[in-house]
Design a protein around this ligand. Structure first.
Ligand code: PMP
Length: 452
């Protein structure tokens, strides 16, 4: 038995992989990766895979990056971790300062979590407690959009709107107000995202105007509902949302866990709309794909509602063992250094144009490609049964999953979201890698539909 098979057997003896039906692994066992280099992963047999999904949207500058490796090593030799209550350290102090300087002026106070879901939990709890401590005790509910995704813990799952992930848990979830969100490919108003006035904002506007007295916060993924299939919507929606939140004293929570750190072409997606949320959640790219870390950055106004004598019992008593982990902070600082030193966002503008032009040229003629949409370094192909009616494929056919398997054989990791195949590559991807990625994607789609 070769080494790969042996390891796969051992793996499946004990490991329960995330977001997987483990029975699938009977025919399609996990690929055991030995190392990563730049945009490529290499399995233990030496086969290479272009990581077109940045290993779950976390990697920014490629795998095993020299500068980040060195920063991690340097920090590990100094301090790996310290309790973050009553103690601090330079990497957390510097990271907070740097992040605040990149965000809109009003976002000034940083709370540390250790993954995206925990950041969302923190944001929801902060908003709730803020209103409790400022006399708005009726504000106990959250508004979230259809097709939203904010993580897997119970609070985060409650604000999520993707049935696939939360349906079974409904009896456990918070009573969230679910507003119909933007759905630009199948726009109910027959508009286009590039020229509309976010007519679909009327849905949330109505829900909020009816229930505003009990609404603590509205949480959104700015500009791209990633887990729902990279559903891109226009900045005007966020502008309107900012106004609505102001009107009714509702906290605007921007979940930039997936879209932050340059994915949409700007450092943070909210910049496209020129708006500042009250609370922003950051994770994933924060550490360039190295360490689990998250930040929740909020306004002074929110922070001040917790700041008082101990006896007033207003403190935010939330904590995680790994809050403010120095290794994560050191790596995040180095990632910000790379952004600056290597002018990453400027360089990405050329790459994203190259990708868009190529993908449109190569993919739009495929009969099952309903739409190719892209913002910044996120591109998505929506596969449909009928291009005219936009009728989707039955999810049980697992169209995306089958194409994904074909692409893996050809050396590209293109993990799908249902019927949507997407590109979210590390920023160090070169034009020839983009050529390869798009070609494999095209060939895999064509081959799948030819074979069935
Ligand atoms: N929010 C968004 C927008 C996400 O995309 C994700 C992860 N895909 C999360 C929250 C949850 O992050 P984590 O997986 O680190 O808990």
């Amino acid at each position: 038995m070769d080494k790969m098979r042996k390891l796969q057997e051992k793996d499946l003896k004990h490991i329960w992989h995330p977001c997987s039906q483990m029975k699938d692994y009977e025919n399609f066992p996990p690929i055991v990766i030995k190392k990563g280099n730049g945009a490529y992963l290499e399995d233990i047999n030496g086969k290479k895979y272009l990581d077109a999904v940045s290993s779950w949207w976390v990697n920014l500058f490629g795998h095993s990056h020299k500068r980040i490796n060195d920063a991690l090593y340097r920090q590990a030799n100094k301090l790996e971790h310290v309790i973050f209550a009553n103690f601090s350290h330079e990497p957390a102090i510097e990271l907070s300062e740097r992040i605040v300087s990149l965000l809109p002026e009003n976002l000034n106070k940083v709370f540390f979590g250790d993954n995206g879901s925990s950041a969302v939990e923190i944001a929801l709890k902060l908003s709730f407690q803020y209103h409790q401590q400022t006399g708005k005790t009726k504000k106990t509910r959250f508004v979230a959009l259809t097709d939203a995704y904010h993580g897997e813990t119970i609070g985060a799952l409650s604000v999520g709107g993707v049935d696939l992930y939360n349906k079974i848990y409904k009896p456990l979830l918070l009573d969230v107000i679910r507003s119909t969100g933007p759905d630009c490919y199948r726009c109910k108003f027959n508009k286009h995202r590039d020229s509309c006035n976010a007519e679909c904002f009327s849905f949330i506007e109505e829900d909020v105007s009816k229930n505003h007295e009990e609404i603590s916060a509205i949480i959104v993924e700015p500009l791209v509902q990633c887990a729902a299939g990279m559903k891109i919507y226009p900045p005007i929606y966020l502008k309107k949302l900012r106004k609505l939140c102001d009107k009714y004293n509702i906290n605007f929570i921007a979940d930039e866990i997936a879209v932050g750190f340059g994915r949409t072409g700007k450092m943070f997606a909210c910049e496209h709309a020129g708006i500042a949320p009250d609370i922003i959640c950051l994770s994933k790219g924060l550490t360039a794909g190295y360490m689990p870390l998250s930040l929740v950055v909020m306004t002074d106004e929110i922070y001040n509602a917790f700041y008082d004598d101990y006896s007033k019992m207003k403190a935010f008593l939330h904590s995680h063992s790994y809050s403010g982990n120095p290794l994560g902070c050191a790596v995040a600082i180095e990632s910000l250094n790379i952004f600056e030193d290597e002018k990453i966002l400027d360089k990405n503008t050329k790459k994203q144009t190259y990708l868009k032009e190529l993908a449109e040229k190569e993919l739009l003629d495929i009969p099952q490609v309903g739409e190719y949409r892209q913002i910044g370094m996120i591109g998505a192909i929506e596969l449909v049964k009928d291009k005219k009616t936009k009728e989707p494929f039955d999810s049980l056919k697992r169209v995306g999953y089958n194409i994904y398997k074909k692409a893996l054989e050809k050396g590209v990791l293109l993990r799908p979201l249902g019927n949507i195949i997407y590109f979210m590559p590390p920023y160090i991807i070169e034009n020839e890698d983009i050529d390869f990625m798009v070609k494999v994607c095209k060939d895999s789609i064509n081959q799948y539909f030819k074979d069935i």
